[in-house]
Design a protein around this ligand. Structure first.
Ligand SMILES: CC(C)(COP(=O)(O)OP(=O)(O)OC[C@H]1O[C@@H](n2cnc3c(N)ncnc32)[C@H](O)[C@@H]1OP(=O)(O)O)[C@@H](O)C(=O)NCCC(=O)NCCS
Length: 135
């Protein structure tokens, strides 16, 4: 997962804290895609994170399946909303029902993550968009 994420310059920070809510796609015995959910104590909003599919497999529906799994996991743990950050995949998420939001739309309980803090500080410079979906 780390290799796939780093190849796309996507963050791996705090990923190890959320492995219980991560799914991987396996092809020929190796990880070819992944995605996961960050949850926060006492918070009904979570963060879809670490979504990546190896280049050769993109456009074949693996990303959609991973995202569906992550959203189902979010529902199953009682979340009502999921947020995410993206630079290059806005259209993909828009087609899956996500809409653009601002960092101020994140509930306070979902603002403690390293990702949120980094985007708050550098998001504009990095061209990061925040998006959300009601579940
Ligand atoms: C974003 C990402 C995870 C999507 O994964 P994916 O496996 O390519 O996603 P899908 O195949 O489900 O969907 C991608 C497109 O292929 C199309 N598609 C899906 N199944 C298809 C199939 N069987 N044949 C052809 N096209 C197909 C989808 O309609 C979709 O088109 P759209 O972008 O116009 O909606 C992947 O592109 C990626 O790893 N990008 C780089 C990293 C990144 O930006 N990650 C997001 C971080 S927040």
């Amino acid at each position: 997962m780390v290799a796939l994420l780093e190849a796309e310059r996507l963050p791996t920070v705090e990923l190890a804290d959320h492995l219980a809510n991560v799914v991987v796609a396996v092809r020929d015995g190796r990880v070819a895609g992944c995605g996961g959910l960050e949850t926060y104590k006492g918070c009904d909003a979570g963060l879809v994170r670490s979504m990546v599919v190896e280049e050769a497999l993109r456009g074949t529906g693996v990303g959609a399946r991973i995202l569906a799994w992550v959203e189902e996991r979010a529902r199953s743990v009682g979340l009502r909303r999921v947020f995410l950050f993206t630079v290059n995949a806005r259209d993909f998420y828009a087609r899956h029902g996500y809409r653009a939001v601002t960092l101020d739309d994140f509930p306070t309980c979902a603002r403690g993550s390293a990702q949120y803090r980094a985007v708050r500080r550098f998001g504009r410079e990095w061209g990061v968009a925040a998006m959300a979906k009601e579940l």
